[in-house]
Design a protein around this ligand. Structure first.
Ligand SMILES: *[C@@H]1O[C@H](CO)[C@@H](O)[C@H](O)[C@H]1NC(C)=O
Ligand SMILES: *[C@@H]1O[C@H](CO)[C@@H](O)[C@H](O)[C@H]1NC(C)=O
Ligand SMILES: *[C@@H]1O[C@H](CO)[C@@H](O)[C@H](O)[C@H]1NC(C)=O
Ligand SMILES: *[C@@H]1O[C@H](CO)[C@@H](O)[C@H](O)[C@H]1NC(C)=O
Length: 407
């Protein structure tokens, strides 16, 4: 495996350089914050046919407006300077500047208002139903590495009641139903087979994990500290940069905005679907099962994220974005591209097929010791179902107009 990838890496240097997306107002703000695509896209849509407005500038104001309202601390430095730059760069009249600002700010307020009334921002009092000492097989309890005493910290259980941007909230219970049945139980042959792999490849002590695979766990987490939340943020940045490298340089800023609206929405809506399954049928983590039944001193290679195991959030988010990218590329897979990771001191990796990279990203969560393979496969499939829907229906359902998720 290692040798094959090295050969692929060498061949990549002879392939023609990809004609990646051109620098634009859309990309500049996408780098400031991921998942602002919907604000940008709405600005282009609502500017259409309105000569009083500069669409590029409206999109910059729309992103600034969302971010300044939801992350006020960023406003003085990270947000205001780039906005002044966009205004200067646009060279428009004061009247056009003000009309563009008014449109962008209204879009930002609409998005911020919708998110303020979304149950995804409410406090959730979810806790496992019993203390760790009475843990039941297959069911989630706080893991030994979790922060705090008593251990009681979970990441964002409120997302399980959040509202999606585009994927119909009413379809989530149906989408989730097969996953809630959780066929994957302790003592079954499937569980034993997959757990054997985690024992051999996912621990701090892992006799069958290669050095390349150890790097894979870190590479595709893409975060510095190794927490679940940052890891998921890391992998979205990686998919975003892969998209920029592979999409054609003929894309206008408006086409770029349409793409990033789908990508960002797929990441977010996939989180809601994944969290719904995670918290409706909360499953134990490998560290809980393995320490109880297989090896009391086993520890995973990387930190176990503070939420139930099934399905994998990393893979749900990744699968949502990945499926949007694959659709945008016409379903083709044999592209050559190089990926960077935010994890320090890991060399860039070059792939010559999207499927190879996706498979490696999935395995990364087993090498990390955070998941069994089924959670990765099912997380990816769940995210993909959400991403595919969004790709075809971005203009149908609009954030803030859906009723709450039926719990
Ligand atoms: C979601 O909301 C329902 C209904 O209010 C509640 O019973 C459930 O505990 C919530 N889930 C989480 C994870 O907070
Ligand atoms: C792990 O290594 C052991 C001993 O070398 C070998 O018997 C086993 O088949 C390996 N398992 C995997 C999944 O490679
Ligand atoms: C994505 O690209 C931007 C711009 O080149 C860079 O600043 C950022 O670190 C990259 N992110 C990742 C995860 O590679
Ligand atoms: C159990 O886990 C510890 C800590 O990782 C490791 O040193 C030990 O070899 C493991 N025991 C077995 C039988 O694998």
């Amino acid at each position: 495996m290692l040798a094959t990838l090295a050969v692929i890496g060498l061949l990549a240097f002879t392939a023609p350089a990809a004609a990646e997306l051109k620098d634009s107002v859309v990309l500049r703000w996408t780098f400031i914050a991921q998942r602002v695509g919907v604000a940008q896209y709405w600005a282009y849509k609502q500017s259409k046919g309105n000569a009083a407005v500069n669409a590029d500038l409206a999109s910059a104001f729309a992103v600034h407006s969302v971010l300044a309202r939801t992350n006020a601390a960023l406003a003085p430095t990270l947000l205001d300077g780039p906005l002044y730059d966009e205004v200067a760069k646009s060279g428009v009249s004061e009247a056009v500047r003000d009309a563009s600002a008014a449109l962008g700010i209204k879009i930002g307020i609409d998005i911020a208002t919708a998110s303020a009334t979304d149950a995804g921002l409410e406090v959730s009092y979810y806790r496992p139903g019993y203390p760790d000492s009475l843990a039941r097989d297959n069911e989630y309890v706080f893991t030994p590495e979790q922060i705090g005493a008593p251990r009681d910290f979970l990441l964002y259980p409120n997302y399980a009641n959040g509202t999606t941007f585009v994927y119909p909230v009413s379809k989530i219970p149906g989408l989730a139903a097969p996953y809630l049945k959780a066929p994957f139980k302790f003592g079954t042959p499937d569980f034993e087979a997959e757990n054997k792999v985690v024992l051999e490849q996912g621990g701090t002590y892992a006799p069958n994990r290669t050095a390349y695979d150890t790097d894979t766990a870190r590479f595709w987490l893409g975060a510095v500290s190794g927490s679940g939340g940052q890891g998921s943020a890391g992998v979205t940045g990686m998919v975003q940069n892969i998209s920029i490298a592979l999409l054609p340089d003929t894309f206008t800023p408006e086409q770029q905005a349409a793409f990033f609206a789908k990508l960002g929405t797929a990441f977010y809506d996939a989180i809601i679907a994944v969290w719904y399954v995670k918290f409706k049928a909360p499953r134990w983590r490998p560290i809980t099962a393995i320490q109880k039944y297989y090896n009391a001193s086993w520890t995973p290679l990387l930190g176990t994220p503070q939420h139930p195991e099934y399905p994998s959030a990393h893979q749900g988010i990744f699968g949502g974005g990945w499926s949007v990218l694959v659709r945008e590329l016409g379903g083709k897979s044999d592209f050559t591209f190089t990926v960077k990771s935010d994890w320090p001191n890991i060399p860039d990796r070059t792939y010559n097929n999207l499927a190879t990279a996706a498979a490696e990203a999935g395995n990364s969560r087993v090498f990390a010791g955070a998941h069994w393979a089924q959670a990765n496969n099912d997380g990816f499939a769940l995210g993909k179902a959400v991403g595919e829907y969004i790709y075809d229906n971005i203009d149908k359902v609009i954030y803030g107009k859906q009723s709450a998720l039926k719990w």
